[in-house]
Design a protein around this ligand. Structure first.
Ligand SMILES: *Cc1c(COP(=O)(O)O)cnc(C)c1O
Length: 434
C-alpha cells in the first residue's frame, strides 16, 4: 500500500514543532524512543477484554505477560498492594472509581475547578458532575493553599461518601493525613488523584498518599513520562473504616469492584500497546536516571518560580513544592489576560496554558493566570541556569503586550526576536535527552 504522506507530513511537522519550541505546559512531557516503539507496536492488534489469566479472547499469552510486567512495576514504584493498569486516561480512571464507590445522586467532594481541581472532580459538564452531587472545597484567598479547616467544616456538613484530594493546577503539597482524619470522621472513602505530581511522589520528592488514601488514581503521561493513559492503585496500608472485615478482605472486595468498574463498567478492550508502553515507562521510572530527572524537574521549577517572583510577578501561594507554578497576572499586568499571553507566546514558539487563578474575576476563556511547568523542558535537558533565560523571554513578551479590551497587539519584532532565541536554544536538543 502507498505510504499516507498526507498524514505523515503533518506528523513530521508536529515533531518539528515539539523540537523547536519551549514546552511549558505542566501536564505534558516527551517519552523515550522505547516507549514510542512499544506504543506503535503490533500489540495494538490484540483484543484482550478481561484481565491477565482471565480473558474473553484466546491468544492473550503475550499481552498477559506485558500487562503483568506493567502491574508489577507499578506496584514496586508506588508501594501498592493492587493496581489496575487498564484505564485509557486519567478521566476514565476517576470515572471508574466513582462508578465503583458511589450510587447516582451520591455526594462527593473535590477541589473546586476554579481553584485548581480537574474536570473529572465534579464539573457540571463531566459525568462526575452529571451523575453525582459534587461539593467543592477551596483554597484560602490569602495563602492560596487548601484551607483544611474550611474543608473539614464543609465535609462534616455535607457528609460526602467520597473525598478526592489532588489537582491539576496546584503548586503545593497535600496533607493526606489530615484529610484522612476528616474522611474517617464521616466514614468517607478518601481518593487521591496524583495525575500531575505522580512521578515526584513515586520517587519520594513529595508526601506519599498511599498510607492514607483508600484509592489512588494517576495519569501515566505527565511527570511520570509514559504513554497517554491512566491507572488505579490501592496501597498496602489500606485500612477499613467500615466494620469487621479484615484488611485483606476489604482490599479484595474493593479491588474487584474497581476491576469491574474499569471493565466492563466504563471500558471495553484494553489498549495493550499502550499497556506495553506503560510497562516500559514504569521500568524507566524505577531507574536512577529517572530519580535524577524528577529531582531536576523540581529544582528547575523552584528556580523559575523564584525568578518570576524576583521580577515582581504574582505567584499563587507564593511559590512551588512541585513541578508547576501558577502566575497571577493581576498583580503587575491587570489588563493582560491569560488568553492574550498564551496566544502571543505560542507565536514565539513558547507554549504555556492560560489558567484560572483562585477567586478569578475573569471567565475560563480569558483567565487571569498562567500555568507553567518544568517536566517537558527538563526532559529536553534544561538545567537551573536556563530558567532565568526563559523567564526573561516570557517577561519581555508579556511586557510588550498592548491590551485593548479582550484583544491585544504586540510589535512583530518582539515575536520574531524571541522566536529566534527560542529556536536557537531548543532545536539542537533531542526531544528525549535522558
Ligand atoms: C490530567 C488530569 C486528569 C485527566 O487525565 P486525562 O488523561 O486527560 O483524562 C485527571 N485528574 C487530574 C488531577 C489531572 O491533572
Amino acid at each position: 500500500m502507498k505510504r499516507d504522506e498526507k498524514v505523515f507530513e503533518v506528523i513530521q511537522k508536529e515533531r518539528e514543532r515539539q523540537t523547536n519550541g519551549i514546552e511549558l505546559i505542566a501536564s505534558e512531557n516527551f517519552v523515550s524512543d522505547q516507549v514510542l516503539e512499544a506504543m506503535g507496536s503490533v500489540m495494538t492488534n490484540k483484543y484482550a477484554e478481561g484481565y491477565p489469566g482471565a480473558r474473553y479472547y484466546g491468544g492473550c499469552q503475550n499481552v498477559d505477560i506485558t500487562e503483568n510486567i506493567a502491574i508489577d512495576r507499578a506496584k514496586e514504584l508506588y508501594g501498592a498492594e493492587w493496581v489496575n493498569i487498564q484505564p485509557h486516561s486519567g478521566a476514565q480512571a476517576n470515572m471508574a472509581v466513582l462508578l465503583a464507590c458511589l450510587q447516582p445522586g451520591d455526594t462527593f467532594m473535590g477541589l473546586d475547578l476554579s481553584h485548581g481541581g480537574h474536570l473529572s472532580h465534579g464539573s457540571p459538564v463531566n459525568s462526575s458532575g452529571i451523575l453525582y452531587k459534587p461539593v467543592g472545597y477551596m483554597v484560602d484567598e490569602k495563602t492560596g493553599t487548601v484551607d483544611y479547616d474550611a474543608f473539614e467544616k464543609l465535609a462534616l456538613e455535607t457528609k460526602p461518601k467520597l473525598i478526592i484530594c489532588g489537582a491539576s493546577a496546584y503548586s503545593r503539597d497535600w496533607d493526606y493525613k489530615r484529610m484522612r482524619e476528616v474522611a474517617d470522621k464521616i466514614g468517607a472513602i478518601l481518593m487521591a488523584d496524583i495525575s500531575h505530581p505522580s512521578g515526584l511522589i513515586a520517587r519520594g520528592l513529595l508526601n506519599d498518599p498511599m498510607p492514607y488514601c483508600h484509592i489512588v488514581t494517576t495519569t501515566t503521561h505527565k511527570t511520570l513520562r509514559g504513554p497517554r493513559g491512566g491507572m488505579i492503585l490501592i496501597g498496602h496500608d489500606f485500612d477499613n473504616p467500615y466494620g469487621k472485615v479484615t484488611k485483606k478482605g476489604i482490599i479484595r472486595k474493593m479491588s474487584s469492584l474497581l476491576d469491574s468498574a474499569v471493565f466492563p463498567g466504563v471500558q471495553g478492550g484494553p489498549l495493550e500497546h499502550v499497556i506495553a508502553a506503560k510497562a516500559v515507562a514504569l521500568g524507566e521510572a524505577l531507574s536512577d536516571d529517572y530519580k535524577t530527572y524528577v529531582e531536576q524537574v523540581k529544582k528547575n521549577a523552584k528556580v523559575m518560580c523564584d525568578e518570576f517572583i524576583r521580577k515582581g510577578y504574582g505567584v499563587v501561594s507564593g511559590g512551588t513544592d512541585n513541578h508547576l507554578m501558577l502566575i497571577d497576572l493581576r498583580k503587575n499586568f491587570p489588563l493582560v489576560t491569560g488568553k492574550m499571553v498564551e496566544n502571543t507566546l505560542v507565536r514565539a514558539d513558547i507554549t504555556v496554558n492560560k489558567n484560572m487563578v483562585p477567586f478569578d474575576s475573569r471567565t475560563p476563556f480569558q483567565t487571569s493566570g498562567l500555568r507553567i511547568g518544568t517536566p517537558a523542558i527538563t526532559t529536553r535537558g534544561l538545567k537551573e541556569a536556563d530558567m532565568p533565560v526563559i523567564v526573561d523571554m516570557i517577561d519581555n513578551v508579556i511586557s510588550n503586550i498592548k491590551p485593548d479590551g479582550n484583544q491585544c497587539t504586540i510589535d512583530e519584532d518582539v515575536i520574531i526576536e524571541t522566536r529566534k532565541k527560542v529556536n536557537a536554544m531548543m532545536s539542537p536538543r533531542p526531544l528525549f535527552a535522558w
